[in-house]
Design a binder for this molecule. Structure first.
Ligand SMILES: [Zn+2]
Length: 398
C-alpha cells in the first residue's frame, strides 16, 4: 500500500538549506549542499548522481552553482522512461511580512510553511517519497534533473547538454501548477534602457539634454508598443490573453538644480508563443530611436538576462499527454480543466530544445510562490507523491 505522506524530517532539511539565488551578491548562495543532500538520498536508491558546475556570470562575487543529474538506468531499456526536473534555488526571503523563520519548516493546520516549500522543494520531497516506495529494478530509465539559478539567469537549464541526460519519453517539470498539466507558456525578455547626456546647470534650460524629458518621451513610445503587442495577437487560452510589456523600475537625476544627465528604465516583456524575441528587440530599439530624435541624449538598450523562449509542449501532441490526464483525474480527484496555459516562464523550453518532450505539473499554488509565508497544502503534496508514484510505475516498470 502506497503511503503518500511526505516525511517532514527530509523536507525540513531541504527548507533549512539556504539556496537563495539573487543578482545581489550579498545574499546569493551556492546550491552545492542542497544538491549533495538530494544526491545522498538518491545514492541510497541506487541512482548514479553527477554534479555539473555551471558557468557563473561573475567569478569574483558569485558562489559556484551546480546542476545535479541523477539517473537510474533501465534493466530492459536504456531509452524512454520518465524524467522529473526542477530547480534547486529559491527567491530571497527579504519580504518583511514573513511571520516565521523562512528556513524552518512549520506546520499550521493543513499547510506547511517555509521558503521554497511550493517553489519547488515540496516537489522533490514528493518525488523522493514516491521513489522510496518503488522497487529498484525499473525497466526504463528514471532521471531527476535539479538545476541552478532558475530564479535569476536560468544558467543551470541553459548549461544542460543532451549527453549529460538520459533522454526520457516524458519530462515533468514540478513547478507549482496546483497539479494541472501546463502545456504552454509565454516567453520572457527583460531590458534596461540607460540614458546619458552632458547635463548642466538648471538655469540653462536645455530640455534636449534632460534625460528625464527624454525618458518621458521613451515611455510614451513604449506605451504605444504595449498597445501594439496587445492588439497584434490574442490567445484566450491564457488568463492574460495578450503579450504584456511592464515598466518595472525607473531611476533618474540627482539634484533639483541640475539638468538631469542620466536615467535608467527597466522593463520586461512576456510574449505569447509565436511572437519572436528578435522582433521585439527591434521594436524596442525603434521606440527609443523615435523618442530621441529631438534629444541630445545617448541611449543604450541592454538585456538584463538572455531571453527565455515561449513554450508549447511537444508532449501534448501524442498520447503521453492523454496519459497524464488520466493519472491526474485518478490521483487528484478534482475537476480541473484539461490542461493549462501559463503566463510565467519555466525551464521547459530548454528541455524541448534538447529534444525532451516536457510538461509542467507540480504541487502548490503559483500564487504562493515568491511570497512571504510561502506555504503548500498537505493534501496536495500527498496527491503529488501519489501521482508521481503512478506515473513512475507506468513509464518505468512496464
Ligand atoms: Zn519555480
Amino acid at each position: 500500500m502506497f503511503n503518500s505522506q511526505i516525511p517532514h524530517n527530509f523536507l525540513t532539511e531541504m527548507i533549512a538549506n539556504n539556496t537563495v539565488s539573487s543578482d545581489d551578491p550579498a545574499i546569493d548562495q551556492s546550491n552545492k549542499a542542497y544538491c549533495e543532500l538530494l544526491a545522498d538520498r538518491l545514492d541510497r536508491l541506487n541512482f548514479n548522481c553527477q554534479l555539473y558546475a555551471v558557468p557563473t556570470h561573475n567569478h569574483d562575487t558569485q558562489p559556484q552553482k551546480w546542476n545535479l543529474i541523477a539517473c537510474r538506468a533501465g534493466h530492459k531499456s536504456e531509452q524512454g522512461g520518465l524524467m522529473l526536473s526542477g530547480h534547486s534555488d529559491t527567491v530571497p526571503a527579504e519580504l518583511p511580512q514573513w511571520q516565521q523563520d523562512p528556513w524552518q519548516l512549520t506546520r499550521h493546520n493543513d499547510h506547511l510553511y517555509g521558503l521554497g516549500v511550493t517553489d519547488m522543494k515540496g516537489f522533490f520531497a514528493a518525488v523522493i517519497t514516491a521513489l522510496e516506495q518503488l522497487p529498484q529494478n525499473n525497466h526504463q530509465p528514471i532521471s531527476l534533473v535539479i538545476t541552478a539559478d532558475e530564479e535569476t539567469t536560468m544558467v543551470g537549464a541553459r548549461a544542460l547538454r543532451a549527453e549529460q541526460l538520459c533522454v526520457p519519453q516524458l519530462n515533468i517539470i514540478g513547478e507549482p501548477t496546483s497539479l494541472q498539466p501546463v502545456i504552454s507558456h509565454k516567453g520572457y525578455l527583460a531590458y534596461r534602457i540607460t540614458l546619458s547626456s552632458k547635463g548642466g546647470h538648471s538655469s540653462l534650460n536645455q530640455q534636449q539634454a534632460n534625460c528625464i524629458n527624454a525618458m518621458a518621451e521613451i515611455i510614451l513610445q513604449l506605451q504605444q508598443l504595449a498597445t501594439q503587442l496587445q492588439t497584434m495577437r490574442q490567445d484566450e487560452r491564457f488568463s492574460v490573453p495578450v503579450s504584456t510589456l511592464n515598466l518595472g523600475s525607473l531611476n533618474a537625476g540627482d539634484a533639483v538644480n541640475r539638468i538631469c544627465a542620466s536615467a535608467t528604465l527597466e522593463l520586461d516583456i512576456r510574449p505569447l508563443p509565436g511572437v519572436e524575441s528578435e522582433q521585439i528587440e527591434l521594436w524596442l530599439q525603434q521606440a527609443i530611436d523615435t523618442a530621441l530624435s529631438c534629444f541630445q541624449v545617448s541611449a543604450q538598450l541592454s538585456p538584463l538576462y538572455p531571453p527565455v523562449n515561449s513554450f508549447s509542449s511537444s508532449a501534448c501532441t501524442h498520447s503521453l499527454f492523454n496519459g497524464c490526464q488520466h493519472y491526474h483525474s485518478a490521483c487528484a480527484d478534482d475537476s480541473y480543466p484539461n490542461y493549462a496555459f501559463a503566463n510565467y516562464v519555466t525551464e521547459a523550453p530548454f528541455f524541448e530544445q534538447l529534444g525532451i518532450p516536457s510538461l509542467v505539473m507540480g504541487p502548490g499554488d503559483i500564487r504562493q510562490a515568491h511570497q512571504a509565508n510561502e506555504s503548500i497544502n498537505l493534501l496536495q503534496l500527498s496527491q503529488a507523491s501519489k501521482l508521481y508514484h503512478r506515473l513512475l510505475q507506468d513509464y518505468c516498470f512496464q
